[in-house]
Design a protein around this ligand. Structure first.
Ligand SMILES: CC(C)(COP(=O)(O)OP(=O)(O)OC[C@H]1O[C@@H](n2cnc3c(N)ncnc32)[C@H](O)[C@@H]1OP(=O)(O)O)[C@@H](O)C(=O)NCCC(=O)NCCS
Length: 149
């Protein structure tokens, strides 16, 4: 019920059948990284079955092809946004905004009080997008530790 439709645009949960399309979006958007296996990332997330991994499709000549993605997460304290991307040919048409709004609504329904996200230092060009959507830069340093994959 929280899915959003707008003209030919449909945003909703993805399935394993969308894997190829999702990886294509991530590659075209520069979201893949050598340390991440996108196929494993998709499979692990779908096993969570939390309804927070969304894709945008158009129902026009693309026949439902995936044109955008967002992966939400909620750990009981903070919500997170990962893998937000819109195919370059579709950027600037409010699809990124709609993906963020859609996952935000779904996080809010789960009781999430705040959403965090990380931006790679090599991708500062997307900062203005998040600021337009009301996200504020915070004085935190991000640490990570990789476990066996
Ligand atoms: C970031 C991204 C998802 C934005 O998607 P999009 O569909 O092009 O953005 P939208 O059309 O929904 O833009 C929404 C608003 O943000 C603004 N905006 C978009 N990109 C912006 C930018 N780089 N700087 C400043 N503002 C920006 C738009 O002008 C629009 O504002 P408006 O409504 O006041 O006109 C898209 O550019 C993308 O996929 N980039 C590559 C992957 C990426 O960097 N992902 C984020 C990883 S942290």
């Amino acid at each position: 019920m929280n899915n959003s439709t707008h003209e030919e645009l449909y945003i909703g949960p993805c399935t394993l059948d969308d894997m190829e399309g999702i990886v294509a979006v991530w590659r075209e958007c520069g979201l893949t990284a050598p340390q991440n296996n996108p196929w494993k990332d998709i499979q692990r997330k779908l096993r969570q079955n939390d309804g927070l991994f969304l894709v945008a499709r158009t129902m026009d000549q693309n026949d439902g092809r995936v044109i955008g993605t967002v992966m939400g997460g909620y750990d009981g304290h903070r919500g997170w946004i990962y893998y937000l991307g819109v195919l370059p040919a579709y950027q600037g048409a409010d699809i990124g905004r709609k993906l963020v709004e859609c996952v935000t609504r779904k996080l809010a329904v789960q009781g999430c009080p705040k959403i965090n996200l990380q931006v790679r230092a090599s991708n500062l060009q997307c900062l203005g997008f998040y600021e337009t959507l009301g996200f504020e830069r915070e004085a935190v340093l991000s640490y990570g530790k990789r476990l066996d994959d």
